[in-house]
Design a protein around this ligand. Structure first.
Ligand code: AR6
Length: 231
């Protein structure tokens, strides 16, 4: 996994700017900040086929509002590849707003290996879940359930049986979970975004008025739930 930290506010600046290098991660990577950090994937934009340009606006707007309301928390949008278009769009749009890039940035890496492979401590991670909260399927849901082991399935069942689009649920990750032990992940927040893929349940038939509203609600729910853990 190629982990690379990028600072939305610093896009296009010189490469010797320390905020563009890995130093930035190590500098602020105390356990303390790690316990106030949420790492999240882009909800609905891969298997669920939500438009990337619209999704990036929603991510940046919702994150900016949230950061204004809560001090001392950090949000990290994660994707697997340096070529991720959603990461580029979010970086570009975040740089146009006055968002503090030490509190909101993008990161290339596997969300299940952020500490061990990326040197980034994030105690809370979000999952782009399915409505039944089932393991497998594909994408980040399959990766998180697989890395966390069976204890995540049991812990999830204690919290909820299903999710409505636009909502999320916090699941405390048992300390026996390999994801807890290895990566220091204490909570997984399952989020269900709008589905634009005709092959999946609850297909929204290209209705972006409704879809955008639901994606916005999904991120609000995710961030509010994260704040409730941290506070
Ligand atoms: N680490 C970081 N990011 C990842 C990883 C990973 N290991 N794996 C994927 N991504 P998706 P959705 C990125 O498809 O569109 C599942 O089958 C990926 O590149 O996981 O909300 C569920 O069961 C993309 O940017 O979620 C649902 O049925 C982002 O994570 C359905 O897919 C989300 O992609 C949910 O679809």
């Amino acid at each position: 996994v190629e982990a690379d930290i990028t600072c939305p506010m610093e896009v296009g600046k010189g490469s010797n700017d320390k905020k563009e290098s890995g130093e930035h991660a190590k500098e602020s990577d105390s356990d303390d900040v790690g316990s106030r950090t949420l790492a999240f994937p882009s909800i609905s934009t891969a298997d669920f086929q939500f438009d990337l340009d619209r999704a990036s606006d929603i991510i940046v707007d919702t994150a900016a509002d949230f950061l204004q309301k809560f001090d001392s928390i950090r949000l990290v949008l994660v994707d697997l590849s340096e070529k991720s278009r959603i990461l580029s769009l979010v970086k570009e749009k975040a740089s146009k707003k006055s968002i503090d890039c030490s509190r909101f940035f993008t990161f290339v890496g596997d969300i299940t290996q952020l500490r061990t492979r990326g040197g980034l401590q994030c105690s809370v991670i979000a999952n782009a879940a399915n409505w039944r909260l089932k393991p497998g399927g594909g994408g980040v849901n399959a990766a998180i359930f697989s890395a966390a082991g069976e204890s995540l399935q049991h812990a999830t069942r204690k919290c909820a049986d299903a999710l409505r689009p636009g909502t999320s649920v916090v699941v405390p990750l048992p300390s026996i979970s390999p994801l807890h032990q290895r990566e220091g992940v204490t909570h997984v927040i399952h989020v269900l975004g709008p589905n634009m893929n005709p092959m999946r349940p609850d297909y929204m038939k290209n209705d972006y008025t409704k879809g955008s509203k639901i994606l916005h609600e999904a991120y609000n729910s995710l961030f509010e739930n994260f704040a409730s853990i941290v506070q």
